[in-house]
Design a protein around this ligand. Structure first.
Ligand code: S3P
Length: 181
């Protein structure tokens, strides 16, 4: 990382339910920047919901849409961007996102993720019922290597959004400071 201007994109990645959208929206509002979400862009471009895309075309098709989104539909700078939790599973995606902006990886425990996602039926890859937390743990473990190397790590459990927003803003400013000296 490094070499970014203060107008660089701020990019949030991390598992479902870690708080990417809430935090992204807050930072975008604080900075008067546009807030973009790869899932929302894909839904707008295809006029389909995420569950519909998964049901009709499968996960591989959805990953190709995520790649197209990153390659063609996202701005090169000036935005706060939240991404779908599985975006890093596509080969080469980590490097692409790192070129597109300063990447923050949000983290939360399986229990927190479960609590935040259990009442939301719009995530086709999550399980409901008794094995829900075990399934989250398994997916987290599979994705761990990608999350670990993607960017600046931020824990979100039990931290208010305003505090997280100021922590991330401070780090972003540090990362993009043009060192005039
Ligand atoms: C997914 C996460 C979802 C969405 C899709 C797949 C994943 O986004 O992209 O359901 O593979 O983790 P959120 O992380 O915003 O829930």
């Amino acid at each position: 990382m490094g070499g970014f201007s203060p107008n660089a994109n701020l990019i949030l990645v991390g598992f479902m339910g870690v708080g990417k959208s809430s935090l992204g929206r807050q930072i975008a509002e604080n900075w008067s920047r546009p807030f973009l979400d790869t899932d929302k862009i894909i839904q707008e471009k295809t006029s389909c919901t995420i569950p519909e895309i998964f049901a009709r075309h499968g996960e591989a098709f959805f990953r190709r849409l995520e790649q197209k989104c990153v390659d063609e539909w996202l701005p090169k700078e000036g935005a706060v961007i939240s991404t779908g939790g599985g975006i890093l599973t596509s080969p080469g995606m980590t490097e692409k996102l790192q070129q597109l902006g300063v990447v923050f990886v949000l983290r939360a425990s399986p229990q927190t993720i479960y609590e935040r996602t259990k009442n939301c039926g719009s995530r086709p890859l999550l399980h409901t019922g008794e094995d829900a937390i075990a399934h989250i743990k398994k997916m987290l473990a599979e994705r761990e290597p990608a999350y670990a190397k993607a960017g600046i790590q931020i824990r979100t459990d039990f931290r208010p959004i305003c505090e997280l927003a100021s922590t991330v803003s401070r780090i972003f400013c540090r990362e993009t400071a043009t060192n005039g000296a």
